[in-house]
Write a protein that binds this ligand. Structure first.
Ligand code: FES
Length: 124
């Protein structure tokens, strides 16, 4: 990467609190939210709430309309391909993957972090 570009995480508040996130995304269910202009699938397992890209790489269906499993996967409802919520790798089907994102619960809300490449003229 050029010295004029750097990666940084931009945090988007998607819920007012962890409690609201857990109510809107019940255990073993998924939900699509917007983080900036990006559609994100939130998936709630016994290990917490994970965030992955909402678009299924197989044929573009919304993973937020699917469900998740105790094995930490999100399942696409259209053809039932499953993706690991920690790595994004497909557990079934083709060697596809979905992007994974960080989540953070803070006193002022529940956030999804999107890594972006930004231009910096002075390498700040
Ligand atoms: S569109 Fe998701 S598995 Fe086919």
């Amino acid at each position: 990467m050029s010295r004029f570009f750097k990666k940084q995480t931009r945090w988007y508040k998607v819920f007012e609190s962890l409690l609201e996130a857990e109510e809107r995304v019940p255990l073993f269910q998924t939900e699509t939210v917007l983080a900036g202009h990006k559609k994100i699938c939130l998936a709630h397992t016994q290990e917490g709430i994970f965030a992955v890209g909402d678009r299924c790489p197989h044929n573009g269906f919304s993973l937020g309309k699917g469900w998740c499993t105790p094995e930490q996967t999100v399942v696409c409802p259209l053809h039932r391909y499953a993706f690991d919520l920690r790595t994004g790798r497909a557990r079934t089907g083709l060697a596809d993957y979905v992007d994974t994102y960080k989540v953070e619960s803070r006193p002022d809300g529940f956030f999804v972090g999107i890594e972006e490449t930004v231009f910096t003229l002075f390498g700040e």
